[in-house]
Each structure stands twice: as C-alpha cells, then as structure tokens.
Write a protein that binds this ligand. Structure first.
Ligand code: UD1
Ligand code: UDP
Length: 354
C-alpha cells in the first residue's frame, strides 16, 4: 500500500515514529511535514534524535492565524495527494495539520485514518476540539487510544471503522523512556537532582492568549518555594517577551529554558516530583511515569488520568494551585490504561488489511 502520513507539530513527530516503523516493514509511506512547527528544537531535533524518516515533502507553511495556516496547508496537501494518489492518508491528533490532512483527503475520496480518534474535551473554544470533531467525522478508520474515546464516537453516531488499539504515545514512551534514562545528561546539564524539582509546560491558547491567566499561573509558580523547570514553548516565549510577564519569576526558583528534545524531556518527566502542564501528551507521559500531574486547564480529554487520581485540573486559581503544588500526592501505582505498548502494530495491521 502507499500511505501518505501528515505531520506538522512536535507531538505528531513523536506519535508517528512507532507507526512509521511498523508500516515501512511492508508498505510505502510518504511522509509529509506541513511545516507548522519549524524551529530546530520544535522539529528537526526530533527527526535527528529519534531517527524519524526524513520527510518526503516539507510544505513550509509556518505560522499564521487559524484560517490562514489551515488554508495554506489544505491547498499544499491537496497538491501532494493529487500527485501521489495514495491508498490512504494517515493523520494524528488534533492540530491544524490534522484538520488540513483530513479535509484534503476526504474531498479527494481518499480513505482517512485518524490516530487518537474520539478524544473530546467538550470545550469548543479550543481550536483542537474543532479539529478533532471534523477529523473524526470525515475519517474512515478511527484508531482510539481509550474506551472513553470509543464511547465519545458512539455518542456522535460513529461506530463504523472504530478500533480500540491503545495509545501510540505509550508505545513511544516505553521505547524511548529506557533510552532517556541511559543516555540523557539533561539533569547534569541543568544541575538538577532526581526528584529535586517540578517540571512545567504551558502553550494552550487559553493560557497564552489570555494574559491574566498566564499571569496567575506564573505568580503561583514564583510564589511556590520549589525549583520549577519550565521549557518554554515558542508561543509562550513570545507572549512573555511582548508583555514583560517574565519579570514575575525574577528572583524565584522558576527556571525558564528552551524546549528540549524528546529524550531529555522524558528524563525530566521521569525524575520530576510533580508535573504542571496544559499539554495533552505531557499529561499522559506523567501518568505513564507515575508522576503526579496538575493540569492547568478546566477540562481534559484524558479523563482516565483524572479518574485514577494521578491528575487534577486546576486552572487559574492561584491559591488552589499553590496548595496543590504543595499537597497533591496520589498513592499507589497508576493502572495500565493506555494499551499494551503495541498500538502502532495494531494500527499498521488494520490499516494495511483494509
Ligand atoms: C499547536 C497545536 C496544538 C498542539 C501544539 C503542540 C493547533 C491549533 N495547535 O499549537 O494543538 O498542542 O501545536 O506543541 O494546531 N512558533 C514558533 N516556532 C515554531 C512553532 C511555533 O515560533 O516552530 C510560534 C509562532 O509564533 C506561532 C505560535 O508559536 O504563531 C503558535 O504555533 P502554532 O503551531 O500555530 O500553535 P501551537 O501553539 O504550537
Ligand atoms: N516535549 C518535548 N520537549 C519539550 C516539551 C514537550 O519533547 O520541551 C514532548 C513531550 O514529551 C510530549 C510532546 O512533546 O511527547 C507534547 O507536545 P506538546 O505539549 O507540544 O503538545 P500536546 O501534546 O499538548 O498537543
């Protein structure tokens, strides 16, 4: 089979690798990078460190408004699909690259397979929620990471082509987690002791476009007496620079660093006391590593992590956040809720037998 895979944003590079490895055993995969993420440490570093195949196409769309960016991707992906005439198009997650890939393929009547189908936050103010809903409704194969995702699709009338396969991020974390422990020197480089710091990430529009929200989060970080390592997404870096909000953390134990590669990030996650994040993937990786996670949002699509007691939602309530930074302490071990580490294998099998 000839399969076009569409990626464009940091988490999609990570998700696509285990599936690419399986697919390439007996199929031709044409990898298309939309260029949504383009800084070295948001893109190339993942290809180099993880051994992700070099993209066959880089569409170089770059940044822009929601409509502008998606439109550029849509027309460029359409041109690739018309040239390549693949048997299927594979899309991941919920970014604008996912949406553009789904729309371009569906309108050319090319079967669409969606990895991480069925996720819902039920918050349509998130651009990702719109992307998920549209992608799922035009997909032919819907690879769900969790039973909740299967149920969400059923509630929207989608049952055909739905497969519960587990989570490809779990596959990736199992493989690269071992490598991270052996190879990463990030703790030494940042002069951190294992279990001597908290790890934070922030990039969602609800926390970066709303300055009051970002301010409240940073104030809580700064007022806590813990070392907080904060690899800053470029979107957030720009807001901090433009608003001067980075002055809030001056003199505190918050350490802003540039985004790091996946191997270093896994090491930082595995050795953190707690994780503070608004990321989807990071919530899951905290759960895989049995590190308590405080999710800096009102909603999550990874509800199992909350139900199991390993993740709590705290949005812009500074006092509550400070309290949870000090006190949140789940006990026991998180259950295995994201498959058996072979989601990528099941996806490749099902996709190529379709
Ligand atoms: C996107 C996804 C989000 C995902 C995240 C992963 C959408 C709508 N959002 O959010 O679901 O969680 O990726 O990280 O698709 N920028 C750079 N360099 C880069 C990339 C971005 O400077 O390499 C800056 C630009 O100013 C850009 C801003 O970050 O405008 C936002 O980038 P964009 O890709 O639009 O959205 P993300 O916030 O990264
Ligand atoms: N990640 C990384 N370096 C960083 C921050 C995150 O490699 O500095 C990885 C992280 O391990 C996870 C993924 O990026 O696999 C999450 O991506 P992000 O938070 O950007 O997007 P989301 O998952 O929210 O869509």
């Amino acid at each position: 089979m000839n399969i076009v895979t569409i990626v464009g944003a940091r988490p999609q590079f990570i998700k696509s690798l285990p599936v690419s490895n399986e697919l390439r055993k007996s199929n031709r995969e044409i990898l298309v990078h939309t260029g949504q993420h383009y800084d070295r440490n948001m893109s190339d570093i993942f290809f180099e460190e993880m051994g992700i195949p070099k993209p066959d196409y880089n569409l170089g769309v770059g940044s822009g408004g929601q409509g502008e960016q998606t439109a550029r991707m849509l027309s460029k992906i359409e041109a690739v699909l018309l040239d390549e005439k693949p048997d299927a198009v594979l899309i991941y997650g919920d970014t604008n690259s996912t949406l553009a890939g789904a729309l371009a393929a569906a309108k050319l009547h090319i079967p669409v397979a969606h990895v991480e189908a069925g996720l819902r936050s039920f918050d349509k103010k998130m651009p990702e929620e719109i992307n998920r809903i549209v992608a799922d409704h035009v997909s032919d194969l819907l690879f769900c990471p969790t039973k909740t995702a299967v149920d969400n699709l059923k509630n929207e009338g989608i049952t055909k082509g739905v497969e519960l396969v587990g989570d490809v991020m779990y596959d990736a974390a199992l493989h690269f987690g071992k490598l991270a422990e052996e190879k990463s020197r990030v703790l030494e480089e940042l002069d951190l002791a294992p279990k001597g710091y908290l790890l934070a990430t922030i990039h969602r529009s609800a926390n970066t476009d709303n300055i009051d929200n970002l301010k409240a989060l940073l104030e809580a970080f700064a007022e806590s007496d813990r070392v907080i390592v904060f690899p800053v997404h470029p979107r957030t870096r720009k807001v901090l620079a433009n608003t001067g909000l980075d002055s809030i953390i001056k003199g505190s134990k918050v350490r802003l660093v540039d985004p790091v590669g996946y191997i270093d990030f896994l090491k930082l996650e595995n050795n953190a006391v707690k994780i503070l994040t608004d990321s989807g993937g990071v919530q899951k990786e905290a759960f895989f590593a049995a590190v308590p996670c405080i999710t800096l949002r009102d909603t999550t699509e990874w509800v199992e992590t909350v139900e199991s007691g390993w993740n709590i939602l705290v949005h812009v309530d500074k006092d509550l956040l400070l309290k949870q930074i000090a006190e949140f302490n789940p006990v026991g071990e998180p259950a295995k809720l994201f498959g058996d580490g072979k989601a990528s294998f099941y996806i490749a099998q099902r996709l190529t037998s379709a």
